[in-house]
Design a binder for this molecule. Structure first.
Ligand SMILES: O=c1ccn([C@@H]2O[C@H](COP(=O)(O)O)[C@@H](O)[C@H]2O)c(=O)[nH]1
Length: 224
């Protein structure tokens, strides 16, 4: 069975991204490329990394009016990422149009509450200080809009999966026990997140910052 781990290759440097793709390709289930990479390297850069053979998660977290998001997705053609993201807070119509615009076979998932935010951050934004309630609400909207799943932290995935049994749950904010948390606030260990119901674990710095990323991946895999 292929690994549930997608390695977040957060760099604008194409050569470094390819080096990481090569290093991770034996023990990762996929590679995640985000805005930092895409803004610098565009579709051609994504194709270069995809040539290393792993499924690509294109994490652009689109958030705009429905027409603009749909056109942005169509403009990715000919890319056919395995997974891509929009913000669930963009609303139901935006999510419906995003799914309709995506290539067949690409899973479109809605980012609920960023894992770098906690209850105090939500309160400061004028929201209820309860990430779990916000995730549940946004997950419901994503499901109704026809998305394939959501992005949430490991702390909410069990509750979200209860009302979306066949949903696809992407979980970042993953930290092996000894790893530094950095800017993440809602974190969980890889084993606990998988046990709670994650479909995919997104792991960046604990792998890419290691001297030997392949060894770091294997050590994490051994805890699953
Ligand atoms: O809520 C979210 C959504 C996306 N991410 C992305 O996942 C990785 C996490 O990287 P680490 O180095 O393991 O912290 C990163 O690319 C984020 O953009 C997230 O962390 N939280």
């Amino acid at each position: 069975m292929s690994s549930p781990i997608y390695v977040a290759i957060d760099t604008p440097d194409l050569a470094r991204a390819e080096e990481l793709a090569k290093a991770c390709k034996r023990h990762a289930g996929g590679l995640k490329l985000g805005l930092e990479f895409f803004n610098h390297n565009g579709r051609d850069g994504v194709m270069r990394v995809a040539e290393h053979g792993l499924p690509i998660f294109l994490d652009l977290k689109l958030h705009d009016i429905p027409n603009t998001v749909a056109k942005a997705i169509q403009s990715l053609n000919p890319l056919t990422p395995a997974i891509m993201t929009v913000h669930a807070s963009g609303g139901r119509a935006m999510m419906e149009d995003a799914k309709a615009a995506a290539p067949t076979g690409t899973k479109v998932v809605g980012v609920t509450v960023l894992t770098s935010l906690d209850g105090d951050d939500l309160k400061a934004m004028g929201m209820k200080p309860d990430p779990s309630a916000a995730v549940e609400r946004l997950a419901g909207q994503a499901k109704e809009a026809g998305l394939d799943g959501i992005v949430c932290s490991g702390q909410e995935v069990a509750v979200a999966r209860k009302s979306w049994r066949d949903g696809f749950f992407v979980v970042p904010g993953i930290r092996p026990k000894s790893a530094s948390v950095g800017d993440q606030k809602r974190v969980m260990t890889p084993g606990d997140a998988l046990h709670a119901g994650a479909s995919v674990l997104v792991i960046g710095r604990p792998v890419t910052g290691a001297e030997d990323p392949d060894m770091a991946l294997r050590e994490i895999a051994a805890t699953l």
